[in-house]
Write a protein that binds this ligand. Structure first.
Ligand code: C2E
Ligand code: MG
Ligand code: MG
Ligand code: MG
Length: 280
């Protein structure tokens, strides 16, 4: 009896696993057509200067809405895009959208802003990544420093190519940031080796910064580290006034999070942040 139950539980588990896999296969086939079906959008989340309340940079965050799956979180579909290789065309699409946007705003004479784009490790490791960036910047005719590439620590492996790619990006004038800082496997030595402009403190350290002394200590240390290395620092996932005031007191430059705004469509960005002079 016990054995039987074990087997049926196992079968249940296996069925469930099979259906998860089947779901992902189906999702991949839908994702494959997402661009031509016009299902992807780039949303933008503002980054707020804590001292002045001004907003001069945004993070581009991809959104996918599909007729079968509805809204799918990037946390779910980005890994599928990475495993299937679709990340190359999708990543390229995101970069083009952002360049197009920056170009349009420049032509309209809007105040200069910077946009950060998440770059998957797979995308980053393509030999021609830096050249492609240069070609885009030239063909769209945008100011190179208005574009920022966000790379996670784990993508900054110590292989020789990483330094070459980052140096080329820096020569072009693109800004470079480390995303989810403090959660990767890397040693700190890459901070002196690579031309990094911006550190983004991972949300996990910010979440209970008001309650957890250790997280507060870590966040403050990262802020100081950035200061002494002459890098900009941005706290991710700021949701409460308490978190914001602790970060301000610790001299954190910028913050990003639901306290200020979630990621919004481009029209809303233009309305709220480019056409009006905004102070939060
Ligand atoms: P990320 O780059 O660390 O982006 C920050 C994530 O935190 C975003 O989730 C954002 O909506 C969310 N967030 C912002 N403020 C708050 C807050 O106050 N509280 C909470 N709980 N969350 C907050 P999202 O948009 O779901 O993206 C998840 C991840 O997917 C991103 O993490 C990034 O790694 C990846 N991703 C998103 N767009 C792209 C893209 O275009 N290309 C690539 N390669 N990855 C992307
Ligand atoms: Mg990011
Ligand atoms: Mg992040
Ligand atoms: Mg992340």
């Amino acid at each position: 009896f016990v054995k039987d139950r074990g087997r049926s539980q196992y079968r249940f588990y296996q069925d469930e696993m099979n259906s998860i896999v089947a779901d992902e296969v189906l999702m991949e086939s839908h994702l494959r057509r997402a661009i031509e079906m016009d299902e992807l959008r780039v949303y933008y989340q503002p980054q707020v200067d804590l001292k002045t309340g001004t907003i001069s940079s945004f993070e581009a965050l991809l959104r996918w809405s599909n007729r079968k799956f509805g809204f799918v979180s990037p946390a779910k579909f980005i890994p599928i895009a990475e495993e299937s290789g679709l990340i190359h065309s999708i990543g390229d699409w995101v970069l083009n959208q952002v360049c197009k946007q920056l170009k349009e705003w420049q032509e309209k004479g809007y105040r200069p802003v910077r946009i950060a784009v998440n770059i998957s490790p797979k995308q980053f490791r393509v030999e021609t990544f830096a050249e492609n960036m240069q070609e885009k910047i030239e063909s769209y005719g945008i100011v190179p420093s208005s574009l920022e590439v966000e790379i996670t620590e784990n993508a900054l492996t110590s292989v020789h190519e990483t330094l070459t790619i980052l140096n080329t990006l820096k020569e072009i004038g693109v800004m470079i940031s480390v995303d989810d800082f403090g959660t990767g496997y890397s040693s700190l030595s890459y901070l002196k080796k690579y031309p990094i402009d911006i550190i983004k403190i991972d949300r996990s350290f910010i979440q209970d910064i008001g309650l957890d002394d250790k997280n507060k200590a870590i966040a403050k240390t990262i802020i100081n580290l950035a200061y002494y290395l002459n890098m900009e620092v941005i706290a991710e996932g700021v949701e409460t006034e308490l978190q914001a005031s602790i970060l301000l007191a610790a001299n954190c430059q910028k913050a990003q999070g639901f306290l200020y705004s979630k990621a919004i469509p481009v029209d809303e960005l233009v309305d709220k942040y480019l056409l009006k002079h905004v102070i939060v």
